[in-house]
Ligand binder design. Structure first.
Ligand code: UTP
Length: 290
C-alpha cells in the first residue's frame, strides 16, 4: 500500500525574498499555474490519492488553491463564464482527500516531515518538495513507486530516494550519498553526508526532492539533534542506515527544475514555455536580440 503523499511547504523561502514575504514560493506561477500544481499533478499521475500538506503561518493559500470556492463558482456561473468555470472546477477537483498540519516554527525539513506523523500513520509514504519540479514521462514519482514495489519482492523495511548527478562545485548544496551500484540507475546507499565540501564529498550523487519512506523514519526524526536550528532529514536517514534499514537511491529519468531560487525559477518558466508552441514563438522572437 502506497497512497499517501506529503508536501512539506512550510519553509520561509528566503532565497526568493522579497516576493515570498507575501506569496509562498510554492504559489509562484510557472506560466498560469502555481508551482505546487505541477507536483500535485505528478503525485496524481503516479497513483497517489491521499494528500497531506505541512503548512505554516501565512501559507494557507496553498491549500485554499485546491479547495472549492463556491462564491467564485456562482459568480462565474451567473456571468456565464463557462470555460473559466470549467477551469476552476478542474483545479478544485484534483485533490479529493486533503489534510494539512501546521509546522509552527520552521525547524527544518526533518521537523516538517515529523509534524505529519499522526496523519501518515504506520504506512510507507512519499514526500515531494514543492519547489523541486521534475518534468518526466512517466512521472518521477511513478518511476520510483514502481521500483519501490519491485524492491518489496526482495527486501523489506526499505526506503527509496531520488538522486541526481551534480557537478563537483554543486555538491555543497545537497545531501550526497555513498553506495554500491546495483544497476545503471540504482544504488544501495551506505552513507549520506549533508552539504559536504567538494573534497569531502563521497560522490556527486545528490539527494533531490522525492522520497518514499518506511514509517520508521518518524522514530528516527525524534532521535536526531538539531543542527544550526534545523532537524535535517539526512541525519535521520543516515541513522536508519546505520541501524539496518535498507536505503536505495534511484537516478531518475527526467529534467529537474529547482524553482526555489531566482535563476532556477526563471529557467523553469523558460522550460515549460518552450514546450508550448505559441510561447515558443515568443521565445524565438527574443533570441534575435539576445
Ligand atoms: P528549503 O531548503 O528550500 O527551505 O526547503 P525554504 O525555507 O523553503 O527556502 P530557503 O532555503 O529559505 O530559500 C525545502 C522544502 O522543505 C520545506 C520548504 O517549504 C521546501 O518545500 N520546509 C523547509 C518546511 O516545510 N519546513 C522547514 O522548516 C524547512
Amino acid at each position: 500500500m502506497l497512497r499517501k503523499v506529503l508536501f512539506p511547504v512550510a519553509g520561509f523561502g528566503t532565497r526568493m525574498l522579497p516576493v515570498t514575504k507575501v506569496v509562498p514560493k510554492e504559489l509562484l506561477p510557472i506560466l498560469n499555474r502555481p508551482a505546487i500544481e505541477y507536483v500535485v499533478d505528478e503525485a496524481l499521475n503516479s497513483g497517489f490519492d491521499s494528500f497531506i500538506f505541512v503548512i505554516s503561518y501565512g501559507k494557507e493559500a496553498i491549500i485554499d488553491y485546491f479547495d472549492v470556492d463556491l462564491g467564485l463558482r456562482s459568480f462565474l456561473a451567473e456571468r456565464k463564464k463557462e470555460s473559466l468555470l470549467d477551469l476552476i472546477k478542474e483545479v478544485e477537483s484534483k485533490v479529493k482527500t486533503l489534510s494539512a498540519v501546521r509546522q509552527k516554527i520552521p525547524e527544518g525539513l526533518g521537523h516538517a516531515v515529523l509534524s505529519a506523523e499522526r496523519l501518515v500513520g504506520k504506512e510507507p509514504f512519499a514526500v515531494i518538495l514543492g519547489d523541486d519540479l521534475i518534468d518526466a514521462e512517466p512521472p518521477c514519482l511513478k518511476q520510483m513507486k514502481e521500483l519501490y514495489l519491485e524492491l518489496s519482492a526482495q527486501t523489506e523495511n526499505h526506503s527509496l530516494i531520488a538522486l541526481e548527478e551534480v557537478s563537483l562545485e554543486e555538491v555543497s548544496k545537497y545531501g550526497i550519498v555513498e553506495g554500491e551500484r546495483i544497476s545503471d540507475n540504482l544504488i544501495k546507499i551506505k552513507r549520506m553526508v549533508e552539504k559536504p565540501s567538494p573534497e569531502e564529498a563521497p560522490s556527486n550523487l545528490a539527494i533531490v526532492g522525492r522520497y518514499i519512506f518506511h514509517p520508521a523514519i518518524f522514530e528516527y526524526l525524534k532521535r536526531i539533534p538539531k543542527k544550526g536550528g534545523e532537524y535535517q532529514l539526512t541525519d535521520a536517514m543516515q541513522l536508519m542506515i546505520e541501524e539496518g534499514y535498507p536505503f536505495y537511491g534511484y537516478i531518475f529519468q527526467g529534467i529537474r527544475l529547482d524553482t526555489g531560487n531566482p535563476k532556477g525559477y526563471f529557467k523553469a518558466i523558460l522550460h515549460y514555455a518552450s514546450k508550448d508552441p505559441e510561447l515558443r514563438e515568443i521565445l524565438k522572437s527574443f533570441s534575435f536580440e539576445i
